[in-house]
Design a protein around this ligand. Structure first.
Ligand SMILES: Nc1ncnc2c1ncn2[C@@H]1O[C@H](COP(=O)(O)OP(=O)(O)OP(=O)(O)O)[C@@H](O)[C@H]1O
Length: 135
């Protein structure tokens, strides 16, 4: 009841602890990335590929637009791989035994990673290729 009678300006203020919860959410997300990095060989490969792409970007002196394309590609692959890892974990939890739908869920999630990786390869070839092959 006291909350209903509070002045309007109070209703605009974030609820108590909102920022702490937001910061905690970042912590949970970071823990998720770190835990996936430790368990997934593919993610460690993506980490290496990311370092190589950034190094090549500086070496080739790519433009701001090219940096944007590289950043979107790298983020897409990471995001797809993280979602794939989450789906694998959930599938193993819900259906440790063989089930066609469990297989389908894992195959479709893996397909998302494959598409993101192919897109990143195309972007990499178009952005960095001309610097090495004088196209
Ligand atoms: N419970 C299941 N039921 C049916 N098919 C499954 C099941 N678990 C895995 N599979 C099949 O085996 C494939 C490989 O699954 P697995 O869990 O080994 O993932 P993975 O491809 O090895 O991924 P990662 O190497 O990233 O762990 C899946 O894509 C799916 O086709």
């Amino acid at each position: 009841m006291a909350e209903l009678n509070a002045p309007a300006s109070n209703q605009l203020r974030p609820p108590e602890g909102l920022w702490r919860r937001r910061v905690a959410s970042f912590g949970h997300a970071g823990r998720g990335v770190w835990s996936a990095l430790r368990s997934e060989v593919h993610l460690r490969f993506h980490a290496l590929a990311t370092v190589v792409a950034i190094g090549l970007g500086f070496y080739c002196g790519i433009t701001r637009l090219e940096w944007a394309l590289v950043a979107i590609s790298v983020a897409s692959v990471w995001a797809a791989e993280l979602v794939n890892t989450a789906i694998e974990a959930l599938t193993d939890l819900v259906s440790p035994a063989y089930h066609p739908l469990a297989g389908k869920a894992k195959d479709v999630a893996a397909g998302a990673v494959l598409l993101a990786a192919l897109g990143a390869l195309v972007v990499g070839a178009l952005v960095f290729g001309p610097h090495f092959f004088n196209a």
